[in-house]
Ligand binder design. Structure first.
Ligand code: X5A
Ligand code: ZN
Length: 672
């Protein structure tokens, strides 16, 4: 199952024909440089090329009014002067004799993409289109957009494939108000948008772009706005919103299809966004969405006006869709104060509608009115107000090449257990030498004299080394002695290789030796074992009393605790351990395995007890990058579990800043 790429040169064949400083950034080169970068990097060749088509009147009328369509239809025959007059009816947009044709192709490209994904021709894909779509409204062009490509695609997908729920993720830096208006009373389409807002001072300056526009009537709760009130937002700010808002809500919603309004004006260097997120953050955003909807994801280009960061970001997105390992998540700090304020406001506004947010703190009403006041004052920032974050720097390093390892997934399996397709059975050919053998024996098998187990440890050590050299991507080992295998692998990474290792255990609690004293090992242990011990920053027991059978509670812990902590720790290897008595249901285990692939450049080594061999095939499939099956819409997590997760987040948020969700307790205003 491949990745579709939809592009047609025809969509470069319109441009601004008069002087307009607002519109001059929307140039044909946006598309050519993006496409060229995909070709030059070899990514285009790896995609399934799908032709565009023209959207029909019927398609366009799914979203737009007949009057508007008829008006746009006349533009190819207009004189330059008429076009200018027509343009003036709308905001921040321009017309050209060929734009109607291109707009039909842009919407048609989105529909071709939906068809390719929904019929199973490909797993996912991206459409490179002009004009963009998310600002256009039922009867109005706006913000460089003529037809609302993604909104049309959502209605089309629902109708043609009888989908119950569609998620639209709009990571463009502008608010897609056209998409919001289209679906604000519709609970079957969940619209998420983050956007530069600056307390309504940034275009399109709408009151309804704020966090309290949560949807209307039946659609209340299904419109999620994340307004950025400062420029200069970073990878940390973006990932924080994903972990603490979008992903929990999206998993609870459980879409049948994910559409992305993929604008890259949210990347560094963009003249519109003025944000500071590096192009490789889009690899992580994409990856985090790829385990929803069974992997059915359609990304459709929206904005992106820096002709260097745009193609880099497009390549990061497409390479991730193709299943290549994620880039490292280096240099994540916590979200900035302004992002935390936004995070808190959004969570509290949506608390009535999503049980994953039910423990978010209520927003003090006074706080809300302060935010309004800032706009009405409309003057210079008051003394004591935080400095505006510095705008995007002019230069940033080119994202390092993501080289897929020669062996994607390797498995250490006992004789008699078959190795799944596409996975390489791993056995160490090198002789470890008597010194290593003696050391392993002394450390792990002082009392026993089990040659077979010893051999397994030698093999595991070799596998770990190959993973860290990127000769092997991910791995799985079925072993008879899980604690010994874990200790051996963890110690080898942390002590011998001096690299960070994240250990994630699911199931019965076990003593992990060596411990976490070296600061190179973080241990997150999910079990039903009650523990009120205040462990340090590197040891995180997560007690889910009723076991991990509470899937919503387990997912809450994974999304809002494990992932942010893991991203901030930035390990070189993830050791994922499934111990005996593991109660987590198979599909939740698969989601966990899939999501963890975003860390450590996909270097996950799964350790399981020999008796768990029935889970080998599905686990290997996740390690190979196949999407996990959907969990179904999630009900409320058990209150006990929710509280446990919140307690741990609260305890650790001074140490792991990506766990923060409020400005209280972040050191500036005392404990909450
Ligand atoms: C699609 C998109 C931006 C319009 C900005 C107008 N439009 N000032 O990014
Ligand atoms: Zn934009």
């Amino acid at each position: 199952m491949g990745t579709a790429l939809i592009y047609d040169e025809e969509m470069t064949k319109y441009k601004l024909l008069w002087v307009d400083p607002v519109c001059k950034i929307e140039v044909p080169e946006r598309l050519t440089v993006s496409h060229q970068a995909l070709i030059k990097s070899g990514l285009a060749d790896r995609c399934v090329s799908v032709p565009v088509r023209e959207a029909t009147d019927e398609d366009i009328l799914l979203v737009h009014s007949e009057e508007y369509l008829e008006a746009v239809k006349k533009t190819p025959y207009m004189t330059l002067e008429d076009l200018q007059v027509f343009t003036l009816k709308y905001g921040d947009v321009y017309f050209h004799p060929n734009i109607y044709h291109c707009a039909k192709l842009a919407a048609g490209a989105a529909l071709q993409l939906v068809d390719s994904v929904m019929t199973g021709k490909v797993r996912n894909g991206m459409a490179l289109v002009r004009p963009p779509g998310h600002h256009s409204m039922r009867s109005a062009a706006n913000g460089f957009c003529v037809f609302n490509n993604v909104a049309i695609a959502a209605r089309y997908a629902k109708q043609k494939y009888d989908l119950k729920r569609v998620l639209i993720v709009d990571w463009d830096i502008h608010h897609g108000q056209g998409v919001q208006y289209c679906f604000e009373d519709d609970p079957s389409v969940l619209y998420f948008s983050w956007h530069r807002y600056e307390h309504q001072k940034f275009w399109p300056n709408l009151r309804e772009s704020d966090y309290d526009a949560v949807g209307k009537d039946k659609g209340v709760g299904f419109n999620v706005n994340v307004p950025w009130n400062k420029v200069g937002m970073t990878n940390s700010d973006f990932l924080s919103i994903f972990c603490h808002i979008l992903l929990p809500v999206a998993y609870e919603f459980c879409p049948d299809l994910v559409l992305v309004c993929a604008g890259f004006d949210s990347a560094i260097g963009d003249p519109e966004g003025e944000m500071s997120a590096s192009p490789d953050v889009f690899a992580h955003l994409t990856h985090l969405l790829m385990n929803l909807a069974g992997g059915k994801l359609c990304a459709v280009l929206e904005g992106g006006y820096n002709l260097t960061s745009l193609p880099q970001s497009v390549c990061q997105t497409v390479q991730t869709l193709l299943g290549d390992p994620a880039p490292p998540s280096a240099n994540l700090t916590g979200p900035c104060r302004s992002a935390l304020e936004t995070l808190h406001c959004v969570r509290s506004a949506h608390l009535p509608y999503w049980s994953c947010l039910s423990h978010a703190a209520e927003l003090p009403t006074s706080d809300v009115s302060t935010k309004r006041a800032k706009l009405t004052e409309g003057k210079a920032p008051q003394a004591g107000e935080e400095e505006k974050k510095s705008a995007a720097v002019a230069e940033w390093p080119e994202p390092p090449r993501r080289v897929p390892p020669p062996v994607r997934t390797a498995a250490v399996l006992p004789d008699g257990v078959a190795c799944p397709d596409r996975c390489q059975r791993f056995s160490s050919s090198e002789d470890p030498g008597p010194a290593t053998v003696r050391k392993l024996r002394e450390t792990f098998f002082r009392d026993a004299n089990d040659g077979g187990a010893l051999h397994t440890l030698v093999t595991l050590t070799a596998l770990v080394e190959k993973m860290l050299k990127n000769e092997v991507g991910s791995g799985l080992a079925l072993v008879s002695n899980v604690p010994a295998a874990l200790a051996c692998a963890a110690r080898h990474v942390a002590a011998a290789l001096n690299k960070r290792v994240l250990v994630v255990c699911v199931g019965d609690r076990m003593e992990v030796i060596p411990g976490t004293e070296d600061g190179k090992t973080v241990l997150v242990q999910f079990s039903s074992h009650e523990s009120d011990e205040q462990k340090g920053k590197y040891e995180v027991p997560v007690c889910l009393k009723k076991g991990c059978s509470d899937v919503p509670g387990f997912m809450q812990a994974v999304l809002s605790l494990l992932l942010p902590l893991g991203y901030e720790f930035d390990p070189s290897l993830v050791l994922l351990v499934r111990t005996a008595g593991c109660e987590v249901c198979d599909s939740a285990w698969q989601q966990l395995t899939g999501l963890l692939q975003g860390l450590a450049q996909g270097h996950t080594l799964v350790l399981m007890h020999e008796e768990e061999k029935s889970h080998v095939a599905t686990t290997v499939s996740r390690l190979l990058g196949d999407a996990a099956p959907p969990l179904g819409p999630l009900r409320a997590p058990l209150a006990d579990h929710m509280e446990a997760v919140e307690r741990i987040r609260h305890r650790l948020q001074t140490e792991w800043k990506l766990l923060q969700t409020t400005t209280t307790g972040c050191g500036e205003c005392g404990e909450s």
